[in-house]
Design a protein around this ligand. Sequence first.
Ligand code: SF4
Length: 81
Amino acid sequence: MTPDILTVRHLIGRTDLMKIHIDEDKCVGGGQCVLAAPEVFDQRDDDGIVILLQDSPPSDLDAQVHEAALLCPALAIAVEG
Ligand code: SF4
């Protein structure tokens, strides 16, 4: 069984990790997320749909990830934490 993010945070002593979820079905491929947080988001070459490079990035990327979620016109990015 895969532990959930809260369990992982507890086990590694980190409570500052975020968890990102993307909904590829909602993505319209505009790329604002990539501009805001290129270490976390990329786009598929063929159709521009978002690719999540890391779903629990370090806390120093918090601001960029939250900006990406705010800028996403399709509301395809959800940030937990
Ligand atoms: S900003 Fe939203 S709609 Fe645009 S590529 Fe990223 S996830 Fe897709």
